[in-house]
Design a binder for this molecule. Structure first.
Ligand code: 13P
Length: 246
């Protein structure tokens, strides 16, 4: 049984007062039937941990170094995230793949580093519009996921996957529930074939999820929740999306 999971990806947004107000709104609407978490910018992880301690709501980071420790200026290790109580670390978000040239194999290494420290990696996959138009969607996401499977082996059962079509991120253009379900089903089959517990991996949909489209997306058999960008910055919208998950 895969309990639904809704994760807010704040990206590079927020401030101390704005975060406090947002978290207070999320806390006030408990309890949630779905698992709920927020992924905050690194400098806010400490206060997010304080605000959410013992609340049942999880928190995480938006990236994680593939390295254990050392001379890697600007990087943050999985051990540090674990120390901050992070349950999750997003890895391989399309914005990092596009703006920071992250390769499939680097993303797989980051996932392995997170898992080694008890932090669940949320491994993002997704095609560009050009790739979709060329009919290559399933080939692209299969290649991206295969890198994680090859690196992790049976440990892949411990990850979360997020399918985020690049053309749907921040554009207001959402994949239709049927389009998303088709990709999720293919990812599920790939995970099932790869590892004993692979079928139990939660696969989230991300890309312009809003209160008015969340329920239909989350109602698809292989969509286990969402990774929410813009709508996770407003408590009332994020809470509505969490409720739509069950
Ligand atoms: P939006 O919900 O703003 O489209 O962003 C999706 C996303 O990239 C979440 O990681």
């Amino acid at each position: 049984m895969r309990n639904k999971l809704v994760v807010g990806n704040w990206k590079m947004h927020g401030s101390r007062p704005a975060n406090a107000e947002l978290l207070a709104g999320i806390l006030a609407a408990r309890p949630y039937a779905a698992d709920v978490a927020v992924c905050a910018p690194f400098p806010y992880l400490g206060e997010t941990a304080v605000a959410l301690a013992a609340s049942g709501i999880g928190w995480g980071a938006q990236d994680c170094s593939a390295h254990e420790q050392g001379a890697y200026t600007g990087e943050v290790s999985a051990a540090m995230l674990a120390e901050c109580g992070c349950r999750y670390a997003i890895v391989g978000h399309s914005e990092r793949r596009a703006y920071h040239a992250e390769s499939d194999s680097l993303v797989a290494d980051k996932a392995a580093a997170a898992l080694a420290h008890g932090v669940t990696p949320i491994v993002c996959v997704g095609e560009t519009l050009a790739e979709r138009d060329a009919g290559r969607t399933e080939e692209v996401v299969a290649r991206q996921l295969a890198a994680a499977i090859d690196k992790l082996g049976e440990r892949v059962a411990g990850i979360v996957v997020a399918y985020e079509p690049v053309w749907a991120i921040g554009t207001g253009r959402t994949a239709t529930p049927a389009q998303a379900q088709q990709v999720h089903r293919a990812l599920r089959a790939q995970l099932q074939a790869a590892a004993a517990g692979g079928g139990g991996v939660r696969i989230l949909y991300g890309g312009s999820v809003k209160p008015d489209n969340a329920a239909e997306l989350f109602g698809q058999p292989d969509i286990d929740g969402g990774l929410i960008g813009g709508a996770s910055l407003k408590a009332v919208d994020f809470v509505a999306i969490c409720r739509a998950a069950g």
